[in-house]
Ligand binder design. Structure first.
Ligand SMILES: Cc1cc2nc3c(=O)[nH]c(=O)nc-3n(C[C@H](O)[C@H](O)[C@H](O)COP(=O)(O)OP(=O)(O)OC[C@H]3O[C@@H](n4cnc5c(N)ncnc54)[C@H](O)[C@@H]3O)c2cc1C
Length: 354
């Protein structure tokens, strides 16, 4: 049920007073609350200058945005999409406050907090360039708009790795997918191949076990969390190929048909039939935006201190894009909150010297 952004009361959509701001509909318990909200949020496009710019719409960026708003920092969020990787998680069982929640449900709650409860200025676009200016930073977006701020939080997360084998590009979205997808009906009763041995791969095996006739899981090693791996051991129709590598993906005009694999360091090969191929071999950090400014480690992650600061004063980073240990939603959210607190302290110190 939506909440009134002024008094925070739950309001039924049918009975509520509504108003629109920035393309979003807001629900109010009374005309008084609506009028107060409209007075506090006059219709306007984004300004060109803010105290803080946050780049990224995943758990780290959204948490940083809500924290910054609560701390009364003048904030602008630039995001390519709302939710980041979390939106692809079909089962989140390790986020406090929820025994179980799906990624899309959790992201909807994040979105409500960003837009309905706090209303943070934001724009859906890619931040293409980040540069230092005399008194802060300048961010240029994909539509060539430029925004300046005293401080920036980079919360750009990670993107999935590709296999780089023949057939991968050709059958992408014609049976080859990265990570899990909501509608698995196209493999109903057929064979599926999952490539990878981490938590994401095992989650896909879990999702497939009531759908596919057989699931072949190909990985150099299985390194998912013990509880996740233990659960997957109960899936009789899942066959593991540990220590095998994918050589090529094959198919025809109607889509993917199979995967050729080879045992590492051996001549042994196997041809696995596949109505669907799910690649989950890890991710790489989206650190390109800050690469020319801040120090990266050998994994390409932005090196941060305990307060999410980088080696560039005023530039902070949070979540999966950073060197922080643990790539999890709860950790990315916590790091986002920390980055907002640190950015605020930095901005306050600048205000004292202005
Ligand atoms: C399939 C899957 C299942 C998972 N399941 C779980 C789970 O059950 N529990 C758990 O704790 N974790 C899970 N994770 C991991 C979790 O989703 C991540 O740790 C978390 O989303 C990291 O958050 P983040 O905000 O740092 O980065 P991301 O979620 O990667 O978000 C980054 C955001 O930045 C945006 N962005 C990137 N570059 C730019 C740019 N230049 N300009 C503008 N925007 C940009 C992206 O579009 C995205 O919105 C899962 C991950 C996957 C892939």
């Amino acid at each position: 049920m939506p909440r009134d952004p002024v008094c925070n009361m739950e309001v039924g959509e049918d009975a509520a007073v509504t108003a629109e701001r920035g393309g979003e509909v807001f629900y109010f318990c009374s005309e008084g609350c609506r009028d107060k909200f409209l007075a506090e949020h006059p219709e306007k496009g984004p300004r060109s200058s803010y105290e803080l710019i946050i780049v990224g719409g995943g758990p780290a960026g959204l948490t940083a945005a809500v924290y910054a708003a609560k701390l009364k920092v003048d904030t602008f969020v630039i995001l390519k999409d709302l939710g980041g990787q979390a939106v692809h998680s079909t089962k989140i069982e390790n986020y406090m406050g929820f025994d179980f929640i799906t990624g899309p449900e959790l992201v909807q709650k994040f979105k409500d907090q960003l837009i309905h409860s706090n209303y943070v200025d934001h724009k859906v676009a890619e931040a293409e360039k980040l540069e230092r200016t005399g008194d802060g930073f300048r961010v240029v977006t994909s539509d060539l708009a430029a925004y300046s701020a005293r401080a920036v939080i980079a919360a750009t997360g990670m993107t999935r790795r590709k296999l780089g084998v023949p057939g991968e590009e050709e059958f992408q979205r014609k049976g080859v997918f990265y990570g899990n997808i909501q509608d698995l009906s196209f493999v109903q009763g057929g064979d599926a191949v999952v490539i990878g041995g981490g938590n994401s791969a095992v989650q896909i095996v879990d999702d497939l076990h009531t759908v596919a006739r057989k699931t072949h899981v190909v990985a150099q090693s299985f390194r998912a969390d013990p509880a996740v791996l233990k659960k997957s051991e109960g899936f009789a129709a899942a066959v593991k190929y540990e220590g095998w590598k994918v050589e090529r993906i094959e198919g025809d005009a109607s889509g993917v048909r199979g995967v050729h694999i080879r045992k590492a360091g051996a001549r042994e090969t196997a041809a696995l039939p596949a109505a669907g191929v799910f690649v989950a071999i890890g991710l790489h950090p989206n650190s390109g935006l800050v690469a020319g400014l801040a120090r990266l480690n050998d994994r390409g992650e932005v090196v941060i201190g305990p307060d999410c600061s980088t080696d560039v004063p005023g530039l902070f980073a949070a979540g999966d894009v950073t060197s922080a240990f643990g790539k999890r939603i709860v950790i990315a959210s916590g790091e986002g909150a920390k980055a907002a607190l640190a950015a605020r302290q930095y901005i306050l110190s600048l205000r004292r010297h202005d």
